[in-house]
Design a binder for this molecule. Structure first.
Ligand code: PA5
Length: 451
């Protein structure tokens, strides 16, 4: 039988009682029904809830075939997108690939590089220099089709790829993933004849990792997307069985963080002990930050990589202001065993670790840190997965998505919109002189003292 992620909340019990947890069952019942029956806030964006069980075989085949086609002609695939349009694929690719940052010519799978997630000319220029040297293709992703960061990156890269391969061949190296009918990217795809995949209307960016948005780049990296979907589907079916807080891991996680939040723990630190999960934490930060941070409410999600960050933020965690709780993702088994060698001179005084597997050392660091932080007033939720592979990552992704929906409903916000993201865009457009923004431009320029 397949294993599921497990949750250990014993280290929040000094801060939250079992009764407080159980008392939230009626609220969870309601929010759970709202998610499943699509009757809650933002219910037009609940397509992700049934996504794993409803994704069609023909779509999966199309994604895999397209990925194979791109792989056959590319050493590099550039994924252009920002926010939910790139964080999910980056999270999965990094979690499941070798650590080596070096580009190896002999790689069978192309290297996936990301663009359109910043506006830095140095970043973009370095990327173009790499693209000068290697064969590449592009996956451009934007649900709205109008987001400025990916749109500018795409304009620059389109110019490059067209010069490199010629207009007709370049078009065959571009795949667009966007809305079925709206937005400039859709319009351009029709005009230029790019192959496209559709982001369903009812799935928002940060919940779109199990659509072509996440799956095509991941498949292009040589990762088995069927197993990811299988894991997510098994988790979906398990969470659909019951909303009993004791049996539904997403409900228990949502309830615990809500109770901690109500006790003044306004910051959740997601910690892991494997650097390959760095981008998974970035994905999680967007999921929770953009879903909950509304109406001056919500837990502020941050992430740390231990043991690295124990030597930077660890001090604050242990001793700083007490408004933090931690959630740790523990991976029970690593891909490789690496034993600390014996050394009879023992000048480094490490013989007490000799013969121990590094994963065991890492685990003791984790368990010791959890207790130290709990003793220092930082409650801890521990989520364990057996192994870092496609299947368990699929489970974890769906679990966090479902818990995020419940969490948003618990604090009574719409977890599926992001009105706050618009404000910076309006100001930027005004400052750049976008047509229609001239009044705002004058006001902002006066405020910034630039004429
Ligand atoms: O979760 C979201 O909806 C956002 O983070 C978007 O993914 C992000 O802003 C990118 O938008 P788009 O895909 O429309 O370019």
């Amino acid at each position: 039988m397949n294993k599921f992620p497990e949750i250990d909340i014993s280290n929040i019990l000094p801060f939250v009682s079992k009764d407080e947890i159980n008392d939230l069952q009626p609220e969870i019942n309601k929010h759970y029904k709202d998610l499943l029956r699509k009757t809650g806030k933002g219910n037009d964006f609940l397509g992700w809830v049934n996504l794993p069980s409803e994704i069609s075989y023909s779509l999966i085949d199309d994604i895999v075939e397209t990925a194979n086609e791109l792989k056959s002609k590319s050493k590099i695939i550039v994924v252009i997108g920002i926010g939910g349009s790139y964080l999910g694929s980056k999270a999965i690719i990094e979690a499941l690939s070798d650590y080596s940052p070096l580009f190896e010519e002999k790689n069978i799978n192309p290297k996936i590089l990301f663009a359109g997630q910043n506006l830095c000319s140095d970043y973009q220029t370095s990327l173009l220099k790499i693209l000068d040297k290697y064969d590449y293709s592009v996956i451009v992703i934007s649900k709205s089709g109008t987001t400025i960061e990916p749109a500018i990156a795409f304009r620059i890269i389109r110019n490059h790829i067209t010069k490199k391969y010629g207009y007709e061949s370049a078009k065959k190296r571009i795949i667009a993933i966007t809305d079925k009918e709206k937005g400039s990217l859709k319009k351009m795809s029709i005009t230029e004849g790019y192959k496209t995949f559709v982001i369903p209307d009812n799935v928002g960016g940060r919940f779109s990792v199990l659509t072509p948005v996440g799956l095509l780049p991941v498949a292009a990296a040589g990762i088995n997307i069927k197993s990811i979907i299988e894991g997510a589907k098994d988790m979906q079916l398990k969470l659909f069985e019951t909303c009993d807080i004791d049996k539904n891991i997403a409900a228990l996680y949502a309830v615990c963080r809500y109770l901690l939040y109500n006790k003044g723990k306004n910051i959740e630190v997601l910690a892991c002990y494997h650097p390959s999960l760095f981008s998974f934490i970035e994905w999680w930060k967007q999921l929770y930050g953009e879903s909950e941070g509304k109406q001056h409410k919500g837990i502020f999600p941050v992430g740390v990589n231990y043991t690295t960050d124990l030597h930077s933020l660890g001090q604050y965690l242990q001793d700083g202001m007490r408004m933090i709780f931690e959630t740790v993702i523990s991976v029970e088994r690593t891909h490789y065993n690496l034993v600390v060698p014996a050394d009879e001179n023992d000048i480094d005084e490490l013989s007490f670790t000799a013969g121990k597997d590094l994963q065991q050392v890492n685990k003791m660091a984790m368990l010791g840190t959890i207790l130290a932080h709990v003793d220092g007033g930082v409650p801890n939720i521990l989520i364990s997965i057996p192994y870092l592979n496609e299947y368990h990552l699929g489970q974890l992704i769906y679990m966090f998505e479902f818990a995020c929906g419940l969490s948003g409903y618990l604090i009574d916000v719409n977890p599926f919109d992001q009105p706050g993201v618009e404000q910076y865009k309006k100001n930027m457009f005004a400052l750049l002189g976008k047509p229609g923004y001239s009044k705002e431009m004058d006001i902002l320029k006066k405020r910034l003292n630039i004429f």
